[in-house]
Design a binder for this molecule. Structure first.
Ligand code: HEM
Ligand SMILES: *[C@@H]1O[C@H](CO)[C@@H](O)[C@H](O)[C@H]1NC(C)=O
Ligand SMILES: *[C@@H]1O[C@H](CO)[C@@H](O)[C@H](O)[C@H]1NC(C)=O
Ligand SMILES: *[C@@H]1O[C@H](CO)[C@@H](O)[C@H](O)[C@H]1NC(C)=O
Ligand SMILES: *[C@@H]1O[C@H](CO)[C@@H](O)[C@H](O)[C@H]1NC(C)=O
Ligand SMILES: *[C@@H]1O[C@H](CO)[C@@H](O)[C@H](O)[C@H]1NC(C)=O
Ligand SMILES: *[C@@H]1O[C@H](CO)[C@@H](O)[C@H](O)[C@H]1NC(C)=O
Ligand SMILES: *[C@@H]1O[C@H](CO)[C@@H](O)[C@H](O)[C@H]1NC(C)=O
Ligand SMILES: *[C@@H]1O[C@H](CO)[C@@H](O)[C@H](O)[C@H]1NC(C)=O
Ligand SMILES: *[C@@H]1O[C@H](CO)[C@@H](O)[C@H](O)[C@H]1NC(C)=O
Length: 536
């Protein structure tokens, strides 16, 4: 349950240099996609690049390589001076171009579409894909910032092709904001994975068979599935492997020209494995942060120490308010917190801000060890809570107390002094909501003192686009209507909407009132709904 004004505050803070995390944030979903890879609660974003060689069992395919190539091709036509193009997912409209040959781009967007939402733009997901692929290939940590906005149409031509000359390539990179040594680094860091595919470039591999690939770092080594500098050392040593260096037709030996563009100065530096990792982290970060000037990226998204997940805040049939969810506690090495020596409880304040008596206990989750792990070896422990609140006094915020039982030490988390906010003016009645074939019914309970204010369902519709894997997202508001059901000082309202097949799994907000007094329940998912709206 999220207060609209607070989400806005989090956004403002995100654009300043040092901002403490405030819950809730509109970037919580992206942090989850990044930090919940496996375990008790998992998003599994990096499944497709684990291990680094994984190609969904399609011969010759390597998802990690496809993801990084997709990001580069999307960014390549950035114009730094004009502030246009860059990482904006415009490539999804540009797949009929010979500069974007191959299935890599559609494969990538096909996977990313599972994570795409109003809280995770396709371009942020492409950027995160570079971060995840690099991480899962044992490469360096590439910092991730969010906030990219998706293009709605194709951008200009200009992705480098292997038969173009060095001046063309140097100029293209320069326009995008990268000098000669940057260009060399970016190409070397990209061409550590994957290779040239016969179906896409038969003139280079000399074999047009489906599944044929000539890997940059040689077909007989495991290096192509490792974010290492073998592509550099074999270039310097003249070792065969990279067909863009030692291909039979010199016209398409673009890596040879690019790598040698500064008399090998940059390549000689990259021959040091540690330098390679450092330079790649930096250049890939600059690559994914090349965005249109209209985009303001957030601070680097860091793992959140204490993150609440409110799953339930609604009236039950007994007339009390069910309040349930989970607390995620960061237990990564170095936090000083140990999964085997932790306890969590909550305290909360009533509707008027007065401390409520009593605490809300939680139970440590046990399924799959009760922990989740994320990129960069992050680890989290989970605690589950479920209680009932008195609807006459309600709740406005809570604090989280993390205890180390063996020492009795308690850490209190109060969300930067303001408490973790709860909205009780409008409650989402999930059991009274349902999804039947093409129809969605959402039920909300509004506290009587605010029952005359406007109540709106903001349902996100997924609108397919011809020839594009990623749907457009359109929020179409629907007004709620008052029902005759009243309980415990609340009145039930319902909103109905048709739901196309494409939008069956989507998200919605419920907004009560306007301006400063607005109360919003944000980013709820339809896929948890059953086909029966239960009565209260
Ligand atoms: C002058 C610039 C560049 C040229 C001419 C170029 C050219 C190529 C070509 C011809 C392929 C083979 C594609 C296929 O057969 O599917 C390829 C693959 C690849 N490129 Fe580049 N590239 C350039 C820069 C980059 C950069 C800057 C990156 C990323 C940082 C990158 C990442 C990749 C990756 C990961 C692959 C392997 C894809 C796979 O195996 O599916 N390239 N590149
Ligand atoms: C290219 O730019 C990088 C980063 O700004 C800088 O460190 C490097 O010295 C520049 N290289 C050249 C050849 O100007
Ligand atoms: C071409 O590639 C296919 C698939 O990798 C392979 O089976 C075949 O032997 C290759 N042909 C030649 C002539 O190398
Ligand atoms: C890989 O090994 C095979 C068999 O030893 C050899 O015929 C082939 O030339 C090698 N390929 C590369 C790129 O080194
Ligand atoms: C750069 O290295 C390549 C590969 O070893 C070599 O062929 C070339 O001559 C070198 N260029 C210079 C200017 O030393
Ligand atoms: C080399 O590649 C270029 C560009 O693809 C092509 O125009 C030319 O015909 C090729 N040369 C040979 C000898 O195949
Ligand atoms: C209603 O209250 C009874 C008695 O306290 C309890 O057993 C039951 O689980 C409650 N039902 C709900 C939906 O909370
Ligand atoms: C309860 O009261 C104390 C002291 O006034 C305050 O520091 C704390 O934040 C309150 N707890 C909650 C959950 O609001
Ligand atoms: C959806 O709701 C409308 C209006 O209530 C109704 O006419 C229609 O039959 C429903 N469709 C389905 C598939 O339930
Ligand atoms: C990519 O997918 C779209 C939508 O399914 C399709 O129309 C298009 O032909 C595909 N493009 C390529 C290059 O596979």
């Amino acid at each position: 349950m999220r207060q609209h004004a607070l989400a806005g505050l989090a956004l403002l803070q995100a654009s300043s240099t040092i901002a403490e995390y405030v819950w809730p944030s509109i970037y919580d979903e992206l942090e989850d996609i990044m930090m919940l890879q496996s375990g008790y609660i998992r998003k599994g974003f990096s499944d497709a690049v684990s291990p680094c060689s994984f190609g969904t069992n399609v011969e010759g395919r390597q998802n990690a390589a496809e993801w990084i190539r997709t990001a580069y091709h999307d960014m390549a036509t950035h114009d730094a001076a004009a502030g246009t193009g860059g990482l904006d997912a415009s490539i999804m409209f540009e797949l009929d171009r010979d500069e974007n040959v191959g299935s890599a781009f559609n494969n990538t967007f096909g996977f990313l579409s599972n994570y795409y939402s109003v809280r995770a733009s396709a371009s942020d997901l492409v950027a995160l894909a570079v971060v995840a692929a690099t991480n899962r290939c044992d490469g360096p940590k590439v910092p991730f910032r969010a906030g990219r906005i998706d293009a709605t149409e194709a951008g200009p031509l200009g992705v480098p092709k292997p038969e173009e000359d060095l001046t063309t390539h140097t100029n293209r990179f320069a326009t995008a904001g990268f000098n000669t040594s940057d260009m060399i680094e970016m190409v070397a860091c990209g061409h550590t994975l994957g290779g040239v595919h016969g179906v896409n470039f038969p003139q280079i591999t000399g074999n047009s068979s489906e599944g044929q690939v000539s890997r940059f770092e040689g077909d007989n080594s495991t290096s192509s599935a490792e974010f290492d500098n073998v592509v550099v050392t074999q270039y310097l040593n003249g070792t065969p492997g990279n067909l863009l260096v030692l291909g039979g037709n010199d016209t398409t030996n673009s890596d040879k020209r690019v790598f040698g563009a500064d008399a090998n100065e940059t390549m000689n530096a990259l021959a040091d494995p540690a330098v390679f990792q450092t330079k790649c982290a930096d250049i890939l970060e600059r690559m994914i942060n090349s965005v249109p000037s209209t985009v303001a990226l957030t601070d680097v998204i860091e793992p959140v120490e204490i993150k609440p997940y409110v799953n339930t805040l609604g009236l039950n049939s007994n007339g009390t308010i069910d309040f349930g969810g989970r607390i995620r506690v960061r237990t990564t090495a170095g936090t000083g917190r140990n999964n085997n020596d932790l306890a969590v409880h909550l305290t909360y304040a009533d509707r008027n801000g007065a401390n409520a008596s009593g605490t809300i206990t939680s139970t440590q989750a046990t399924y799959l060890g009760g922990t989740s792990s994320g990129l960069f070896r992050e680890v989290f422990s989970w605690f589950e809570f479920a209680t009932t609140l008195d609807p006459s006094t309600g709740a406005s915020k809570f604090n989280v107390h993390v205890t180390t039982p063996s020492t009795g030490v308690v850490e209190t988390f109060d969300n930067v002094g303001q408490g973790f906010p709860l909205v009780d003016a409008v409650l989402y009645q999930q059991p009274q909501s349902c999804r039947v074939a093409g129809n969605l019914t959402i039920t909300a309970a509004v506290r009587k003192d605010r029952a005359e204010e406007a109540l709106t369902l903001g349902l996100v519709h997924k609108v397919p686009r011809q020839g594009v894997v990623i749907d457009a997202l359109e929020v179409r508001p629907v007004a709620f209507e008052k029902t005759s059901v009243e309980k415990s000082g609340y009145i039930l309202f319902q909103a109905h909407s048709s739901l196309s097949v494409d939008s069956y799994s989507t998200t919605f907000d419920v907004t009560l009132g306007e301006g400063d007094a607005q109360s919003t329940i944000e980013f709820q998912r339809t896929n948890v709904l059953t086909d029966t709206c239960k009565s209260l």
